[in-house]
Design a protein around this ligand. Structure first.
Ligand code: NAD
Ligand code: ZN
Length: 380
């Protein structure tokens, strides 16, 4: 075992002290992993819009000081008591939602909502003892989504860690730990468009374009990208989008625009914006009789979904999903193999790369709507 096992590690982390204020790179102490936990050396992490929402804390509960970050790849440094399926040196992807493999959800083929380890953005401590593993001069620094990957070392419950093929390039497969799987799975596992069908994707960031990629792979013949930012449209063509609608360029509601384009509505819609109006539009734009809309975006904490129940009486279906309905420990290693076999193109999602010391630039890019995923290299 590693010589640091059981010891506190001092390392650099990017700490969010206040809502909307630049993260501060500073030394933190990372306690050893406790029962069923692992300590991971993070090598690459990337920024997802969910990190930005909780950093802004405009529509989410403010929790500070906190270490954000949940899309990442790294290597197990040490393991806590009771961990049997992971060992120091394993290449892993931490995931914001877990799989205990023992609860009714984990045993059911129909659910990825693990009773013990399902996503909980308001939880700020580890579940075993209610404590934070990060501290500065004795002051606790809180966790985020059970992952807190904006740190050179982090402690994660072993049920939220997928062990992957060590040959996989960690600077690429890190996007599988959230964005890609979330969008791709929302289409292939939940919306399930038939070959030749028409799919609308709301929001063309990395999550939405992964959803478009899923529609392309399943053989959808029309993939209509909907985004308020027209700069997204050129890039979206590489992900299979065949047509585009910018709601700001129309006087009619976007659901009417889509109905006119498609003779009554799209077969499937996948919402990847986090905006409540887009969520309602996604349901209202699907065809009656068979249309299915899937919500993926993380809503404002007070958002209310308001629509006329006739939307449902006319046999439309509304669903939602976390992590594209994948079970992280079971499914992620398989997806990594698919990538290694050349079945998935992850490179095209990675538009920027910065060193850890420049992490605030990744936030600026996302706020400006530029690029898809910005990889943050922890060694720089
Ligand atoms: P992003 O910021 O890169 O992309 C979002 C896109 O949506 C942007 O291009 C933006 O212009 C567009 N948009 C915003 N409001 C819109 C509207 N009303 N109509 C049309 N387009 C609109 O973000 P991302 O990282 O791709 O994440 C997308 C969403 O998915 C976020 O809400 C994020 O929190 C959520 N998410 C959910 C899960 C999950 O498991 N369900 C996991 C990861 C991310
Ligand atoms: Zn994410």
């Amino acid at each position: 075992m590693d010589s640091t096992t059981g010891k506190v590690i001092k390392c650099r982390a990017a700490v969010a002290w206040e809502a909307g204020k630049p993260l501060v790179i500073q030394e933190v102490e990372v306690a050893p992993p406790q029962a069923m936990e692992v300590r991971i050396k993070i090598l690459y992490t990337s920024l997802c819009h969910t990190d930005v929402y909780f950093w802004e804390a405009k529509g989410q509960t403010p929790v500070f000081p906190r270490i954000l970050g949940h899309e990442a790849a790294g290597i197990v440094e040490s393991i806590g008591e009771g961990v049997t399926d992971l060992a120091p040196g394993d290449h892993v992807l931490p995931v914001f939602t877990g799989e205990c493999k023992e609860c009714a959800h984990c045993k059911s083929e129909e659910s990825n909502m693990c009773e013990l380890l399902r996503i909980n953005p308001d939880r700020k401590v580890m579940i075993s003892d209610g404590e934070a593993r990060f501290s500065i001069d004795g002051q606790p620094i809180y966790h985020f989504l059970g992952t807190s990957t904006f740190s050179e070392y982090t402690v994660v419950h072993s049920g939220c860690v997928a062990k992957i093929n060590p040959q996989a390039p960690l600077d690429k497969v890190c996007v599988l730990s959230c964005g890609f799987c979330t969008g791709f799975g929302a289409t292939v596992n939940v919306a399930k468009p038939k070959k030749g069908s028409t799919v609308a994707i709301f929001g063309l960031g990395a999550v939405g374009l992964s959803a478009a990629e899923g529609a392309r792979v399943l053989g959808a013949s029309r993939i209509i990208g909907v985004d308020l930012n027209s700069n997204r449209f050129e890039t979206a063509k590489q992900f299979g989008c065949t047509e585009f609608v910018n709601p700001l360029e129309h006087t009619k509601p976007v659901q009417e625009v889509l109905a006119e384009m498609t003779n009554g509505g799209v077969d499937r819609a996948v919402e990847c914006t986090g905006n409540i109006n887009a969520m309602i539009q996604a349901l209202e734009c699907v065809h009656d009789g068979w249309g299915v809309a899937v919500l993926v975006g993380v809503p404002h904490k007070d958002a209310v979904f308001k629509t006329n129940p006739i939307q449902f009486l006319t046999e439309k279906t509304l669903k939602g999903t976390f992590y594209g309905h994948y079970k992280p420990r079971t499914d992620l290693p398989v997806i990594v193999e698919q990538y290694l076999n050349g079945e998935l193109e992850l490179e095209k999602f990675i538009t920027h790369s910065v060193s850890f010391s420049e992490i605030n630039k990744a936030f600026e890019l996302m706020l400006a709507g530029e690029g898809l995923r910005c990889i943050i290299r922890m060694d720089g």
